[in-house]
Design a protein around this ligand. Sequence first.
Ligand code: BMA
Length: 822
Amino acid sequence: MTIPARQRQGLDGSWEFRAPPRFSNWLAAAVPGCVHVDLRRNGLIDDPFWGCNELKLGWIEQTDFVYRRAFQLDPELLRLEHVELVAEGLDTVTEVRLNERLVARTENMFVEYRFDVKSFLRPGENVIEILFLNSHDYIASRLRKNHFREWNDPVGGCSLIRKQQSSFGWDWGPRLPTCGIYRAIYLEGWERARLAGLTVSQEQPDELRIRPWIEGGVRSRDAVMFSLLFDGQVVAQSRSRAIRLKDPQIWWPNGLGGQPRYTLVAELKDGSRLVDRTEKRVGFRTVKLECRRDRFGQSFGFIVNGRRIFAKGVNWVPGHSFPSEVSAATYRFLLLSARRANMNMIRVWGGGIYEPDLFYNLCDELGLLVWQDFMFACSLYPGREYRSLYAPEFIYQQRRLEHHPALALWCGNNEIELIPELRLSPMHLAKYHFVFRKLIPTILRRGGSSLPYWCSSPHKPVRCVRGSGKDSGDTHDWSVWHEMKPLEHFQTTNHRFVSEFGMQSYPHPEVALTFCDPEDLNIFSRPMENHQKHAGGNSRILEYLGRRYPFPRDYAALSYLSQIHQAYAIRSGVEHWRTAMRGCSGTLFWQLNDCWPVASWSSIDFGGRWKALQYDARRFFAPVLVVAKLNGRVTAGKGNYYQNTISGAEIVVASDLVEQLEFELRLAIFHLGRSEPLADTVQPDGVGYGEVTRVLSIDLSKLIQKHGAANLLLRLEVRHERELLSENTVLCDLPKFISWRKSPIETSIQPCSPRKFRIDLKTALPQYQVFLDLPGVKHELTDNFFEVWPDQIRSTELSLDCDLEVADLRERLKIFSIADAI
Ligand code: BMA
């Protein structure tokens, strides 16, 4: 094969930067990167995440920075017809110069820029210089007196700039708007024509439709030859824009099948001459969004490969305050964590960034469907007047991402339809309609998209009267947390799809100690207040904890209780929506990750420590879920007199296992102070895909009368041929009214393979929410925050990324249960 004449010269690596008059000397910089990281590396600022340092860095967003580097031009490049400067990510307002001549101005961090620079280049040494104009002045020059104030930006105006909205401050993120070359930058030379992109879409199970985007001279319709390869073998070829394969291997979301992928190769020919070649990893799958009138209103559900699925997943925010700083290992770890927690969908939320290719490749590989927002969130945005900024962004992102089998939905924005001013102002409504009802869908259609488009999250296509038992579209249910409703609120809802709901928790003490000294480990200290970005956040956590849990003895206990409460809150929503039989088709909780160490709704602490919620997600998103629906509840009315009306429970099992399942439900009722269960029943039953079965109805009134509700714990297990598929623990009283008894937990640690150990736990009395911790050692556990029962050995597997002897491990291992929090 002739090698196509597309050549690259990378410009990443060592650059220099300065900001006269603040500092005029050229200092070392790294590309891709950003100015905060470069300033820190040069010792000009302190760690932006430490204490209240964030507050001292406001000058950066008001300062212009210049970046430059010299390079020896590859002489081969100049011989080619076109030489382009390609910048995959410039953040944000810039002037790009080559050899002191202005090449272009840019003002959108969400597009790849390509400039024809052949006439700017010279043989030998060249100098590229990029001036980053500060975002503060850019916004100020566009601000009008009556500008609508954004919900989260404390200063205002961020909706006027095409830059990561949450970098201006969010209710979980610091205000650290940075600037810089945050993705790859290079020169690319080519001859005659170039394959600028391939849009791959799919409506038939065995056919991919391909739209090649060609730039330059070759225009003939059949100039592109497509080949499909599997395991290195060509399995189909075509010159038309459809490639068909008999019985292709089908790509499925996690839990429903495998993720086989094919390589699609496109070769652009001019006569017999190969001009350009490009390849993409693709998969065969169809995705539809079903919105059908039914007795509950209008449905909202994903149909993948003809199968209705229950979406189980989470919302994703940028993995770091500075987008260039998220390593490939972090992306892999976080997305693998989602897969390990039995998730099958991840929502790239509209206040962040369009993630790099790596992110979407990982989602393809791991079977995580992507709900992709366009980058608009919680604000009213400019309309037609920004068309020239918006259109290239939408076109670019569709061409870049549409071929990923994981991509399931394009969504216009986050929460703009919830803004009351939208409905009150015809001007804002017109702008909204232009961007989200006209421009985006038109661009997607013209670009050959086969994916569903949803104009906003949440969006209600059919207005259903609140409380009528009917609903439509997707829902962000923030009645719990923002409105502080009790967790039982979830059980009163009939949502068709819950794309956000959440509960905050505190970071693990070790994570908190990355931003404050031990004496500041108090949630009301200045550094900790600065790492709680929701103004009412601390009081909300404390209020919710007070409703259910005992008063914590110190920060470690507070962090632990806040985490088990967070897990309980999210579980109570998921349990309801997976089993309510009300036609709910998915739950995505808020949020998987953090962009810095902070008190937030995340299930994984910044740095990678799983919180209790992430471990529990693995259980409540497992293909089989057993739930006890209690009859009665504990309430306090006038005078704070508590009443417990719990008298029994219905045990139900839900499944999204593809095969029909025959199982055994085991229900054991324990007394907190005894090692033998008071009752132990086994009940066989079966459940099919997408079904919920009521297995058992139990009357607890006699046991409650005899032993007291506060002494009873219910253990539910669903097994298939001894394999544990689902487990659940149910309390009959509020944890704060239970006299938790501490009984020593015996551990046995066995090395399994290098740096991997099996830990077996044994105890004489039931131990609730046992948390294994290894302070100071980076580790992962397959399971944590679970109950240890007296009649069973509980096991979990530990992996370390350093060598440690068993004796050392035993010494460091800390075991914590609810009794230790008080
Ligand atoms: C949701 C999100 C974010 C926010 C979160 C927590 O509505 O869309 O705007 O961070 O709530 O308040």
